[in-house]
Design a protein around this ligand. Structure first.
Ligand code: HEM
Length: 396
């Protein structure tokens, strides 16, 4: 599938640790590159901003690929029949069912609860001098919010944290994947059965009711929806908070600037989204027919991976893109994607991030990194760019 005369880039362990370095090199050579994903799959990696934006709205690049038949009772049908894997008209039908719950207006109603959860977590941390900010704050905040919204017992969070880490990992064995994906499916099936029996005032109960009345969501679609919302709700915002805080700690001038003028927080969160890009690349797309992008011909059936983090560091779009600049206009960034699959949870993620950074900055005026930055490790996932841990010292 390679274009004549071009080398194929093998994405391996060094890519997990520093995707930006690999992207900068590939982008400088050409905006669309032939790569081998860590699992061995060949794909086209789009690294240029203009090409990425165009690809995300190109209707010839689809989520369902030739031969895929999700109606077939495969084990994964229960995880894969969701909106992010669907093309129109299914996509619209699935998204419409939950759209309202995630509008800015509805999400704003969650502000008091998000503020209260944040305050509780900050109180717990304030008794300590050294903490892992990821485990103590960046993870529990969004997971608690999404669990409460969906009606999933937050006490089970260690289980589904493990399962979903497996699902987004590029390095686990097929046996581990099957075991953890199976456990996740069985968990949701049992939870949905319990809610059907005893509905509560939560989003999953509302979705079951919609399905029962209009027969609009199959059992597999319900499980897939719950899975997607839970996964998207906690694999992403956690990294905006943790990697965003790391970026601020490594750029003290920018951090001071934000402390001096907290009214700039909204703008700062947009720049942090551009700069840390919690979702490294968009989910896979497949060419339904031959397509030309950035001068490269992509054959029918080939896989296209849009590197969002790379697009947002394209010097053709943002000046001095490798620099964190909280004052810049970062609008147009692709951290939430673009087109019909644009992030449903963007208003929620923005609100959580604003409350989180505001709390962290006002409570811990002298927070600093507790280990050398070079020793920090990133998770082995090409999809999610997130830290394993973030050790910080909260007080001198
Ligand atoms: C900083 C946090 C977040 C980031 C960076 C992020 C990023 C993204 C991106 C890049 C996409 C598009 C993927 C693609 O086109 O392949 C997406 C889609 C999606 N996100 Fe988020 N997300 C975040 C938080 C959330 C939250 C809190 C939720 C809440 C449930 C959520 C739910 C979704 C859903 C359901 C989709 C699929 C939309 C569709 O297919 O129409 N996300 N997100």
């Amino acid at each position: 599938m390679t274009a004549p005369g071009t080398a194929v880039e093998h994405l391996g362990a060094e890519y997990f640790q520093d995707p930006n370095a690999v992207h900068a090199r590939l982008r400088a050579e050409r905006p669309v590159s032939a790569v081998i994903m860590p699992g061995g799959m060949p794909a086209w990696l789009i690294t240029g901003y203009a090409e990425a934006r165009a690809a995300l709205t190109d209707q010839r690049l689809r989520k369902s690929w030739p031969g895929r038949d999700m109606a077939v009772d495969s084990m994964y049908a229960a995880l894969e029949l969701h909106m992010l894997n669907s093309d129109p008209p299914d996509h619209e039908r699935l998204r419409r069912l939950v759209n309202k719950a995630f509008t800015s207006r509805r999400v704003e109603l969650l502000r008091p609860r998000i503020t209260a959860i944040t305050a509780e977590l900050l109180d717990d941390m304030s008794t300590q001098r050294d903490v892992d900010l990821l485990a103590s704050f960046a993870f529990p905040l969004p997971i608690t919010v999404i669990c409460e919204l969906l009606g999933i017992p937050v006490a089970d969070r260690d289980d589904f944290r493990k399962w979903s880490a497996t699902i987004v990992s590029d390095t686990v064995s097929p046996a581990v994947f099957e075991a953890d994906a199976g456990a996740m499916i069985r968990y949701f099936m049992a939870l949905l059965a319990a809610k059907r029996h005893e509905p509560a005032d939560d989003l999953l109960s509302a979705l079951i009711a919609t399905g029962d009345e209009g027969d609009r969501l199959s059992e597999n679609e319900l499980v897939s929806m719950a899975f997607l919302l839970l996964l998207a709700g906690h694999e992403t915002t956690v990294n905006l908070i943790a990697s965003g805080m790391l970026a601020l700690l490594l750029n003290p001038g920018q951090l001071d600037r934000l402390r001096a003028d907290p009214s700039q927080l909204g703008r700062a969160v947009e720049e942090l989204l551009r700069y840390v890009s919690p979702v490294n690349h968009a989910t896979f797309r497949f060419a339904a027919e031959p397509v030309e992008i950035g001068g490269t011909r992509i054959g029918a059936g080939e896989v296209v991976v849009v590197a969002l983090s790379s697009a947002d560091r394209d010097p053709g779009r943002y000046s001095d893109p490798e620099r964190l600049d909280l004052g810049r206009d970062s609008s147009g960034h692709l951290a939430f994607g673009h087109g019909i699959h644009y992030c449903l949870g963007a208003p929620l993620a923005r609100l959580e991030a604003e409350i989180a950074f505001s709390g962290l900055l006002s409570r811990f005026g002298s927070m600093r990194l507790a280990v050398p930055a070079e020793s920090l490790r990133w998770r082995p996932s090409t999809l999610i760019h997130g830290l394993e841990t973030l050790p910080v010292r909260l007080r001198p």
